[in-house]
Design a protein around this ligand. Structure first.
Ligand SMILES: NC(=O)C1=CN([C@@H]2O[C@H](COP(=O)(O)OP(=O)(O)OC[C@H]3O[C@@H](n4cnc5c(N)ncnc54)[C@H](O)[C@@H]3O)[C@@H](O)[C@H]2O)C=CC1
Ligand SMILES: O=C(O)[C@H]1O[C@H](OP(=O)(O)OP(=O)(O)OC[C@H]2O[C@@H](n3ccc(=O)[nH]c3=O)[C@H](O)[C@@H]2O)[C@H](O)[C@@H](O)[C@@H]1O
Length: 419
């Protein structure tokens, strides 16, 4: 059930409104088999069964804390229409204590109706990554379930039994710990990225190559290779908002989460990194320059541009008087929505090479597979200034330079921000 009627209408036609590999056939198949339906009617959804999932947005409010208005709106609606016992399961990422607020909101509405209907609330945070959602959902590392009700836990155990055959994946805990587990996971991953970006910044100052350092530390299993890729900063709908929200939550309880503030600060700087390289390379004068941008989505395999690093780069380039020619394999419709179409300063190209026409330089923001092995000779012919700014360190500097193109990666020794 969604209040967005357009989204529901599209889904009913088998038209999945987001780009997520593998999702469309699953939706189409289950819809055709009548195992899945879409509606805007809350009553139909609430009376459907004994499990009701809340998975609405929890965007940052003005002070960075999670805005719970959508979650509590749904809780109120459930209270207004609940007919029989149900477990209300919160999948949205929410601050500790939200399960209690959801419970109180439902109870308030039941009291107004003058009815007594038993219900439980459970926390069941979501750990999937966009672009890999199906795999993460079908083969989860763990399924966290938090509730004070053994009845609710049993129902959820039954629901997740097919995912739990080979070994125990359910981690059962109280609801506060489950709520904090979600923020802790995202904050830890964001910390790994900011840590590595900090090392990249140091590498630039001392003339080291962070890519070699990454390989040198990742092979230690205590560190691991995942989430230590430096680059143009983390984006997306979750890391930025969740790091902020956890910091706010700590502050509201009188604790100053210094590490989290630094993670955020490093990331904000990192998102400006590509622009600062480009600006320095052109001696501060970008007026009339044309920059090709490869990658608009906040990561590959999605069309999501929420908090994407491409946005801060494009905004800064345009503000500096440059022209941008952007290409992304999936996110152009979303970019056109955000920027209200093309303009004199912002052109959306039909393919990667068209973006290079009349461009002075190329900036890589998202590491889509199709950007990984370009024809560098062709690039050299097309680029007026023969320079590549690689915001995801996907190229071997030697290979690029062999084609006569100047190369600048993030934290790769000879950077414009370094010595
Ligand atoms: N996007 C992701 O990959 C992940 C998201 N999460 C969490 O899941 C939650 C949802 O995230 P997204 O799906 O990205 O948000 P979204 O903003 O893309 O989607 C939220 C949906 O809720 C609908 N909605 C709003 N009010 C409603 C109401 N009263 N009744 C029914 N539907 C309503 C909206 O119309 C919208 O379609 C957030 O808390 C997020 O942190 C957690 C893990 C992964
Ligand atoms: O709560 C959420 O919504 C989700 O947030 C992230 O998933 P997601 O934001 O979809 O994508 P990630 O793959 O985590 O990438 C996030 C950002 O970090 C950046 N990143 C990632 C890894 C890395 O090593 N370096 C790096 O800069 C990516 O480019 C991207 O901008 C988490 O990985 C999920 O576990 C979580 O469920």
């Amino acid at each position: 059930m969604d209040i967005d009627a357009e989204k529901v209408a599209r889904l009913k036609k088998g038209d999945v409104p987001i780009y997520e590999p593998g999702l469309s056939p699953i939706v189409t198949k289950n819809f055709a088999a009548a195992q899945l339906d879409f509606t805007t009617d809350p009553v139909a959804a609430i009376l459907h069964g004994e499990l009701i999932f809340i998975a609405v947005g929890t965007p940052p409010g003005e002070d960075g804390s999670a805005d719970l208005s959508y979650v509590l709106e749904v809780a109120g609606t459930i209270g207004r229409h609940l007919g029989d016992y149900a477990v209300v399961v919160n999948k949205s990422t929410v601050p500790v204590g939200t399960a209690g607020l959801v419970r109180a909101k439902i109870k308030e509405q039941l009291d107004l109706r003058g009815v007594e209907i038993a219900f439980d609330v459970a926390s069941n945070p979501e750990f999937l990554k966009e672009g890999n959602a199906i795999e993460d959902c079908m083969r989860p590392d763990r399924i966290v379930v938090g509730s004070s009700s053994s009845r609710a836990i049993e129902i959820l155990r039954k629901l997740y039994a097919p995912f739990n055959r080979n070994h125990e994946r359910l981690v059962v805990m109280d609801e506060c710990s489950a709520e904090l587990t979600k923020y802790a996971a995202n904050a830890m991953l964001a910390t790994k990225i900011s840590f590595m970006n900090e090392i990249a910044n140091i590498a630039e100052k001392v003339g080291a190559d962070v890519e070699l350092v990454r390989q040198g530390i990742g092979s230690d299993p205590r560190i691991g290779f995942q989430f230590i890729y430096p680059g143009a900063g983390y984006g997306g709908s979750c890391f930025p908002k969740d790091v902020k929200a956890l910091g706010r939550l700590a502050k509201s309880k009188g604790y100053n989460a210094r590490l989290l503030s630094s993670v955020e600060e490093v990331n904000e700087d990192q998102k400006r990194k590509l622009f600062s390289y480009i600006e320095k390379h052109f001696s501060g004068d970008l007026n009339g320059k044309t920059i090709a941008v490869w990658g608009l989505a906040f990561k590959p395999d999605t069309d999501d541009m929420r908090e994407a690093s491409s946005r801060s780069l494009i905004d800064s380039l345009i503000a500096a008087g440059a022209k941008v020619r952007a290409f992304d394999p999936e996110a152009i419709p979303e970019a056109k929505r955000i920027y209200r179409g093309s303009s004199e300063q912002l052109h959306f190209a039909d393919n990667a090479y068209e973006a290079l026409q009349n461009a002075d330089a190329l900036a890589i923001v998202t590491e889509w597979k199709i950007f990984r092995s370009p024809n560098f000779k062709q690039l050299a012919d097309l680029l007026k200034h023969r320079v590549v700014f690689d915001g995801r360190n996907i190229y071997d500097p030697k290979e690029v330079e062999a084609a006569g193109i100047a190369y600048f990666g993030v934290g790769r020794g000879r950077s414009l921000d370094g010595n």
